[in-house]
Design a protein around this ligand. Structure first.
Ligand code: ATP
Ligand code: MG
Length: 247
């Protein structure tokens, strides 16, 4: 039996009259690489926010790795093994790239003495390996805020990956990156996630990227999963073509 890594049962949430999640049943198993597509406002980020503890659903249950994590804090969900990146990279702009990873790694430590230097509190070798994996080793001493767009995205993922997640959820990893750079960015990201054996969900608007990197695709329409399956099958579904791809 393949155990579910992430499962939602009847997840719902409305903002005033806007239904952002409508009774969503969803299962993800180990090793999947799921892309999520949907028009602006379809509810993709809302779903991610509910699964990662950034929003509380009005109904329904979220299970991760066999544990009920509904309404748990984002910090405790991170500790359980869910990594997450945002539409806008959440990096410490005034710190160096390496310090960003040290800070991220230390953030989940239960007890860290106030006066214990970061270097002593976390595994520096692990930090350096993660930087290397995301091709950021050469930028380790640079100030994070000085990085170009693609490398900021890589840094955002590195800060999540250094926590050794079982599942990585990336909200539009290629947004704001030029079309020339997108494929190289995804290649580096996906290779890093593969190497660490991390199951992946990513939200993506670029259908070429979806075709190239996803093993499964979910299309979101108005707070619901309208189609779910192999990418080519979902992309040829008339409802998806009409409402999501817009052809
Ligand atoms: N905190 C909030 N307060 C009020 N309305 C919200 C909030 N978050 C989301 N919404 C609304 O819920 C709906 C779904 O939003 P969501 O951000 O999940 O969409 P999305 O699919 O991620 O869109 P995009 O592709 O633009 O990122 C939208 O109508 C949005 O305006
Ligand atoms: Mg969104």
């Amino acid at each position: 039996m393949t155990a579910a890594l992430l499962e939602t049962r009847g997840i719902s949430l409305a903002f005033g009259g806007v239904v952002a999640a409508e009774s969503i049943d969803f299962t993800l198993t180990h090793g999947e690489r799921l892309a999520v597509v949907g028009q602006n406002g379809a509810g993709k980020t809302t779903f991610i926010n509910i699964c990662t503890g950034h929003l509380a659903p009005s109904a329904g249950t979220v299970l991760f790795d066999g544990h009920d994590i509904t309404n748990h804090s984002s910090r405790s969900i991170t500790r359980r093994g869910v990594g997450r990146t945002f539409q806008l990279p959440q990096i410490f702009s005034e710190h160096t790239v390496r310090e960003c990873l040290l800070l991220a790694a230390s953030s989940v430590k239960r007890r860290r003495g106030f006066w214990v230097p970061l270097e002593d509190a976390v595994d520096g070798q692990d930090v350096d390996e993660t930087l290397d994996l995301l091709q950021l080793a050469g930028r380790a001493r640079d100030v994070a805020g000085s990085l170009p767009g693609g490398q900021r995205k890589l840094l955002d993922v590195a800060m999540a990956l250094v926590l050794r997640p079982k599942l990585m959820i990336m909200d539009e990893p290629t947004s704001g990156v030029s079309s020339d750079e997108k494929h190289e960015l995804m290649r580096v990201l996906m290779r890093a996630l593969d190497e660490r054996g991390v199951t992946t969900i990513f939200v993506e608007h670029d259908i070429d990227i979806v075709r190239r990197y996803a093993t499964r695709l979910c299309a979101w329409i108005a707070g619901r999963i309208a189609a779910d399956g192999p990418p080519e099958q979902v992309l040829s579904d008339p409802v998806v073509v009409r409402n999501v791809i817009g052809e």
